[in-house]
Ligand binder design. Structure first.
Ligand SMILES: [Zn+2]
Ligand SMILES: [Zn+2]
Length: 283
């Protein structure tokens, strides 16, 4: 499996970090996990043709995880994609139906260029719950409900032909049973949204200095529904994973301090995600 972090950011707009979006190649097929703002542009940055993706898995329906879905679905269809299956929790059907409602005449217009509507008006939707189990080729896919502000799932991908495994936590605070779910994974991509903050605003983050600064109420609420890097390290140690990738970064976090906080309890590899980060097989 190859993993590409397309977007490592948060709901706060950040030129250096798109919203959450991750591709994983499994058994020759590329799947997309979440589709936050900027996902399609980051695919092009990573030399990924959007039309090559025929499966999308949503962890949950917060804006920073789905805002580019309409863009992805329509752009990849106009490029020639003719199949799409969308997996996700409550809200997934509403998202797809909203696209049909808003863009019905847009799709008709694009059809007038000679395109078939296959792949856009026949999107297959698969509901995800705690019992979810599926396969793509030799890869087993499972889900676990985690603890966020809305219904949210972590996903696990086990490639039975290579023995490789990748887990993505989605957005979550610490949740019982997650270390078992992620047990022995080669790579754990983990929400680390609550972290040590930089002492001074970074010069390349104008959005923070000009438009936004976090107040204590905001940070307290975030802390109830996300993890700290130190907690991520504890989870990775309990799960005995090889590599921990910290993601979902806000513009004011200190990546160096995040890494060292995670390393206090985890002695495997720790990577603070950046957009475009690639982990190649063998993981
Ligand atoms: Zn969220
Ligand atoms: Zn999020």
């Amino acid at each position: 499996m190859d993993v590409t972090i397309l977007g490592s950011g948060s709901p706060i707009p950040d030129p250096q970090r798109a919203g959450t979006g991750i591709t994983i190649s499994i058994d020759g097929e590329l799947v997309l996990l979440d589709c936050g703002p900027g996902t399609v542009e980051r695919m092009l940055d990573a030399d990924i043709n959007p039309k090559s993706i025929e499966s999308v898995f949503f962890t949950h329906h917060h804006m920073d995880h789905n805002a580019s879905f309409f863009h992805f679905a329509i752009a990849s269809w106009t490029l020639g994609r003719r199949d799409l299956t969308v997996y996700g929790p409550t809200g997934t059907t509403s998202l797809v139906e909203a696209m049909y409602q808003v863009y019905e005449s847009d799709l008709e217009y694009r059809r007038s260029f000679g395109r078939s509507l296959d792949g856009i008006t026949d999107i297959e939707i698969v509901d995800v719950d705690d019992e979810f189990a599926s396969r793509i080729g030799n890869c087993r896919i499972s889900a676990m409900q985690v603890d966020h502000s809305i219904e949210t799932y972590a996903y696990r991908f086990d490639d039975e032909s290579t023995g490789e495994s990748v887990v993505f936590s989605g957005d979550t605070t610490i949740v019982d049973g997650f270390a078992e779910f992620a047990q022995g994974a080669d790579v754990l991509i983990q929400d680390a949204c609550i972290g040590p903050m930089l002492d001074t605003p970074p010069s390349n983050k104008p959005v923070w200095t000009k438009y936004f600064s976090p107040d204590q109420r905001y940070l307290d609420r975030l802390g109830e529904v996300h993890c700290t890097p130190a907690e991520c390290g504890e989870i990775a140690a309990d799960a005995d994973v090889d590599t921990l990738v910290l993601t979902h970064l806000t513009p004011y976090l200190d990546p160096e301090q995040m890494k060292s906080n995670a390393q206090q309890s985890f002695d495997g590899a720790v990577i603070v995600a950046e957009d475009g980060l690639q982990l190649k097989s063998p993981l």
